[in-house]
Design a protein around this ligand. Structure first.
Ligand code: GDP
Length: 445
């Protein structure tokens, strides 16, 4: 299946070579393939629909840079959107609570709750240096309590005894009380598994939630569940204010589409991935890597990202040759540079690589302003005649007024642009003799 999927996407990538833009007419076929790829990765249908609509909106009108095909650019947009949807930078466990911080584990039976509880205990002990206590509220399966005892010992955490003749709520209260008295930092509460969504059990976990006031309510879900993960996730989300997701069994051969579905349905961040049955088989969830897994084409995506993120080397070489042969850096070249910056998508990576005074340290807000700024400058240069662009010295007061009116800006802005151009021109002169290519390479990262 994996290879069929890659073939499908490779075909998208090869198709429609030579088209300069992603348009309404060429995007439809490509998106059909992406849709199939996502369904094959077991992403739930409504989630796929939503996702495709978002990708379409983002992809339309995207320029196709350098030697890329529209297909490659689309795959890159899909990949970025997948990663952005699944990841939001929140990865570790939130422990910002009056100790003991309580973590409630929720999920279907067999999802991997008990195993993950112990994995998490180990993580918190080793990485966060916490004193951890576990307790099982699963009074329906005596084996579950014993299982937690065993794996807790493996994790090197403390285990609070419970038994099938107790009420889950009493167990939880007793464990919390013990944790407070013994200066436990984190109390991990494993709960009864459900084979399917069961109202009585849902009510029980809601009660536990109410009594424990957990700082994290983690939904544990089996990545192999595929399409079914959506319904489970929805039921748990409706019952509990979930704060995070742990996807288990990522070492299995699923394509991991459940990640996208569950993330979308619950709105909660995916914090960890279970990658083996062993106690240390827990990893911080990596949205980008997972996007590659869903698309099944890590290499192509990486390549495309590299090209789109880099400077258009062909244009850079042309400019370098021109400057080297003594040609003047004119406003046409300046415009090319502006356009390249725009094509590189996000300016942030570029900004701190730019030399000299252009590299003014920028915040995120500055960057979006910078992007608008580029558009305005482009507008100003486009209001100039070809002659003015190649001989900027011609541009005096009257022409400035005309250009400003044409671009819908104040004359001061035209002045500012010309000044910046002169600075750039000065820099280019200094770089005669090979320095420019080096600078371009640096900018391309
Ligand atoms: P619970 O019913 O939700 O408590 O689930 P368990 O913790 O008992 O796990 C069910 C089964 O899944 C066990 O055989 C675990 O060893 C296995 N399991 C849990 N997490 C993972 C994982 O990340 N990878 C693999 N391969 N197996 C896992």
């Amino acid at each position: 299946m994996a290879s069929a999927l890659s073939d499908r996407l490779s075909r998208i990538v090869k198709e429609m070579r030579g088209q300069a833009r992603i348009t309404e007419s060429n995007v439809t076929d490509m998106l059909r393939e992406v849709r199939m790829a996502l369904l094959e990765a077991d992403v739930a249908l409504p989630v796929v629909r939503d996702f495709i609509a978002r990708v379409k909106e983002k992809a339309l009108g995207q320029d196709v840079v350098g030697s890329l095909t529209p297909g490659q650019v689309l795959v890159s947009v899909v990949n970025r959107e997948l990663a952005a949807t699944m990841g939001d930078g929140v990865s570790d466990i939130n422990l910002a609570a009056q100790p003991p911080a309580v973590i409630l584990m929720a999920g279907l039976q067999g999802a991997g709750k008990t195993t993950t509880t112990a994995k998490l205990a180990k993580h918190l002990i080793e990485k966060r240096k916490k004193k951890v206590l576990t307790v099982s509220g699963d009074v329906y399966r005596p084996a579950a309590i014993e299982q937690l005892k065993t794996v807790t010992a493996q994790a090197g955490a403390e285990w609070f005894p419970s038994s099938p003749d107790q009420k889950p709520l009493d167990i939880a209260r007793a464990a919390l009380d013990y944790a407070k008295k013994h200066y436990v930092d984190v109390l991990l509460v494993d709960t009864a598994g459900r084979l399917a969504i069961d109202e009585a059990l849902m009510r029980e976990i809601q009660e536990l939630h109410g009594a424990l006031n957990p700082v994290e309510t983690l939904f544990v879900v089996d990545a192999m569940q595929g399409q079914d993960a959506v319904n489970t996730a929805k039921a748990f989300k409706d019952a509990l204010p979930l704060t995070g997701i742990i996807l288990t069994k990522m070492d299995g051969d699923s394509r991991g589409g459940a990640a996208l579905s569950v993330r979308q349905v619950t709105g909660a961040p995916i914090k960890f991935a279970g990658v083996s049955e062993k106690i240390d088989g827990l990893e911080v969830f990596d949205a980008e890597r997972h996007a590659g897994r869903i698309l099944g084409m890590g290499d192509i995506v990486a390549l495309v990202e590299q090209v789109t993120a880099g400077v258009d080397m062909a244009a850079a070489q042309k400019l370098a040759a021109k400057v080297k042969s003594g040609g003047d850096f004119d406003l046409n070249d300046f415009l090319d540079q502006l356009r390249q910056m725009k094509q590189m998508g996000g300016l942030s990576s570029l900004m701190d690589k730019l030399p000299g005074n252009l590299a003014a340290k920028a915040s995120e807000a500055d960057l979006s302003r910078a992007e608008k700024d580029i558009k305005r400058k482009e507008g100003i240069i486009c209001s100039m005649t070809p002659k003015e662009r190649s001989k900027p010295d011609l541009i005096k007061a009257t022409r400035k007024r005309r250009i400003a009116a044409g671009a819908g800006v104040h004359v001061q802005e035209v002045n500012r642009l010309l000044k910046e151009f002169e600075q750039m021109q000065g820099m280019m002169k200094k770089m005669k003799g090979g320095g420019l290519m080096k600078m371009m390479k640096r900018m391309g990262g």
